[in-house]
Design a protein around this ligand. Structure first.
Ligand code: COA
Ligand code: MG
Length: 301
């Protein structure tokens, strides 16, 4: 059985230390919200941020995915964060600075011991030299570790390696492509890193377009203004949807029954394109369904 595809075009980090951001988050059109207890919360704020987030998650609804980024388990806040997230009814827990399968297993085992439902997934930030070197092993361990997605962390990569990526991120590309490849080899989602300069929309759109071409499923974001461009860049375009519908219709035509390869407007189309077209339409249907839930939610009194 293949699960229905989940659109993961836009995943917004929402600092749990910021009450206004929490309140605003549920009205935003991101495919997912990543509530952050790690980098965006100062050490003295972390306990209060966790308690505020616990209350927020219990009291609010969101039509897309809800994810909580916890502090590392070997830090003083990690275990309490994990317990809170485990009981909060979220879709996934995002682990920072994942480096080894053993580290991933430790969290998966802790969840299994507390009877966390299998629907609660783990996502892993790949953002250190060891994490990047081990990414193939991490992705291969996914079925044993409820791992569902890999997330690039460019700021920590820069910090831990000393590279200084410019526009175009040429310095990062070999590592990014390694992360994408590992995810694809094991059927995981893979999300591009954040773009810090949230007022530079043109530069951001260029990075979204590049991320899409590289095979990322979507992008992690820091500001509401970044949501719409990510949804546009990583979602199927109207032309792509129309093209996919034509491919499906052409293969369904009785005159093409049993054929492995056909032509549409002088272009060769094979059965593998039919599969691709069906996937694209399934993603589009999932996006439409989420948009629908969002409209329904916002029209409620
Ligand atoms: N989630 C939810 N709401 C957000 C938001 C976010 N990530 N970033 C900004 N907003 C809200 C603001 O609260 C503000 O709401 P309001 O106008 O209704 O009061 C509105 O969007 C406009 O924000 P703006 O004034 O342009 O930005 P800011 O100065 O409030 O915040 C940042 C700028 C960078 C501090 C903020 O975007 C942020 O904290 N981003 C996430 C950081 C993070 O999580 N980092 C860790 C992962 S890398
Ligand atoms: Mg980080």
């Amino acid at each position: 059985m293949t699960l229905a595809p989940r659109p993961r075009r836009s995943l917004l980090f929402v600092p749990a230390a910021n009450a206004r951001a929490l309140e605003k988050s549920v009205s935003l059109a991101a495919d997912g919200l990543i509530y952050d207890l790690e980098d965006s919360a100062a050490p003295q704020e972390k306990d209060a941020a966790r308690e505020r987030l616990r209350d927020h998650l219990a009291a609010s609804r969101f039509p897309g995915e809800r994810i909580v980024r916890i502090n590392p388990l070997d830090s003083s806040h990690g275990t309490e964060d994990l317990l809170m997230a485990r009981g909060a009814g979220v879709d996934a827990i995002l682990l920072p600075k994942v480096e080894t399968v053993a580290g991933l297993r430790q969290v998966a085992d802790a969840l299994a011991e507390t009877d966390a439902p299998p629907s609660l997934r783990l996502w892993a930030m790949v953002e250190t030299p060891r994490g990047i070197l081990n990414v193939a092993e991490l992705a291969a361990a996914a079925p044993r570790c409820r791992l569902d997605a890999l997330v690039v962390g460019p700021n920590d990569i820069a910090l831990s390696t000393g590279i200084e990526p410019g526009q175009g991120r040429a310095e990062l590309l070999p590592w990014l492509m390694q992360i994408v490849l590992a995810a694809k080899a094991h059927g995981l989602s893979v999300l591009d890193g954040v773009y810090a300069d949230f007022r530079d929309i043109a530069g951001y759109e260029a990075e979204c377009a590049a991320g899409r071409r590289m095979g990322f499923d979507g992008k992690t974001l820091i500001h509401p203004a970044q949501i719409a461009p990510a949804n546009a860049a990583f979602g199927p375009s109207p032309e792509a949807v129309a093209g996919a519908e034509r491919v499906v219709a052409a293969f369904a035509d009785p005159s093409n029954e049993g054929k492995g390869v056909i032509q549409i407007d002088g272009r060769m189309v094979e059965r593998l394109h039919l599969e691709q077209a069906r996937q694209l339409l399934a993603v589009q249907a999932a996006i439409t369904a989420t948009d629908h839930r969002r409209t329904e939610g916002s029209s409620r009194p």
